[in-house]
Design a protein. Structure first.
Length: 379
């Protein structure tokens, strides 16, 4: 069963150059202060998500009239920018997230980097930031991971998380698009995003605050969207909830996404629903992969507005069988409790959520053949 692809998905399907052909685009600057064997072992002994960082980072610069230049793999360290840098005052920034996985034979792969490359550029267009050539994006990932190969863990549930980002660095306080930008990729050997692993999470539906609104930046992966989600998340955490689900800002009726993850609803008849991309919702790479994976299995997946009232009623009646969230960091996480003003319902953790999680992660880790062409070999 095929499905209609978005423009972003179609662009991401373009063939990618092999790693050996792009690696030389970024020049390696040796790190004379790289972690010793003892420091490395200590850093890797108890991996959490996003707390330890590797020896290197990727770097490039864009200047008005010159374009992108200065591509290097350089020692990881503090970034020096002016206190007047535009990113600090007007939030002109975009970022991505992807992972490098070590397979059983020792080889290193990543998952759908072409999607991350074109989504970074889609976000950049919305934020008036120059686009980065896809080959440079690939080269930065390849160069960094090869330089930091020892940091790609092999333990179950672990990976090397990669965070590419672009920031506006021009020191200027006028309100306009900046004329100077810097691109970085940093890397963090990480364990599971949620400390309790695949165990279901409790989600609070916030009906007061919104992550994004019509015509805003909800579909761009930019810092402001995440900043808007933090206060509701703090308040939810104080009441025992792991995450927050946001509603549409226009009518406060339909579900959008969690602060950093897309949402799927599994119906009793085995069909699956997910909120339609409305401009408020990030077009997640894991979301896209799940839709392809289910379509390949003949499962009906419908993108549609999902009213909160209908969702709660469906959970109470048993019409809704499962519910899960997805994203690069967590991959897939079952939602076991959904609560908000006036309701608190328990959602079953079913076999479809587990099956999708197993199927996607088995492909990422090379345990099953990649019939979708999602994997890209780095080393």
């Amino acid at each position: 069963m095929d499905r209609q692809r978005t423009e972003l998905e179609q662009e991401a399907a373009a063939p990618l150059l092999p790693a050996d052909e792009v690696a030389a685009r970024f020049t390696l600057v040796p790190n004379d202060a790289a972690r010793t064997a003892a420091q490395y072992q200590e850093a890797m002994s108890n991996l959490r998500f996003g707390e330890v960082f590797t020896d290197y980072m990727a770097y490039a610069r864009w200047d008005h009239g010159k374009g992108w230049h200065g591509q290097t793999i350089t020692p990881y360290g503090p970034i020096a920018i002016s206190p007047a840098a535009a990113v600090l005052h007007y939030g002109q920034e975009v970022f991505e997230g992807l992972k490098a996985y070590r397979h059983d034979d020792g080889s290193i792969w990543t998952f759908r980097p072409g999607y991350n490359a074109v989504r970074l550029n889609a976000s950049a267009r919305r934020m008036a930031i120059p686009e980065l050539p896809v080959d440079d994006f690939l080269a930065s990932i390849v160069g960094l991971v090869r330089a930091d190969a020892r940091w790609v863990p092999a333990e179950p549930g672990s990976s090397l998380y990669l965070r590419p980002f672009v920031v506006a660095t021009e020191p200027f306080l006028g309100i306009r698009a900046a004329r100077n930008y810097e691109y970085y990729v940093i890397a963090s050997p990480s364990g599971p995003y949620f400390a309790k692993g695949f165990s279901p999470i409790a989600v609070w539906v916030d009906q007061e605050y919104h992550r994004a609104g019509p015509g805003g930046t909800g579909a761009a992966k930019t810092a402001g969207n995440y900043a808007a989600s933090l206060l509701p998340k703090v308040r939810a955490a104080e009441n025992g909830f792991d995450e927050v689900l946001f509603l549409d800002a226009a009518n406060n009726e339909t579900i959008d996404e969690l602060g950093g993850m897309n949402v799927f609803v599994v119906m009793r008849d085995g069909s699956v629903r997910t909120p339609a991309l409305s401009g408020n919702i990030l077009p997640g790479g894991t979301r896209s992969a799940i839709m392809d994976y289910l379509a390949d299995q003949g499962v009906t997946v419908t993108e549609m507005p999902i009213k909160l009232s209908d969702l709660v009623a469906g959970i109470e009646s048993g019409e809704v069988a499962e519910m899960f969230a997805c994203g690069t960091a967590a991959v897939i996480t079952a939602i076991g409790r959904l609560a908000g003003a006036g309701f608190d319902v328990t959602v079953p953790v079913g076999e479809m959520t587990r099956r999708i999680y197993q199927g996607i992660t088995d492909i990422q880790l090379g345990r099953t053949p990649d019939r979708f062409g999602w994997l890209y070999q780095i080393a």
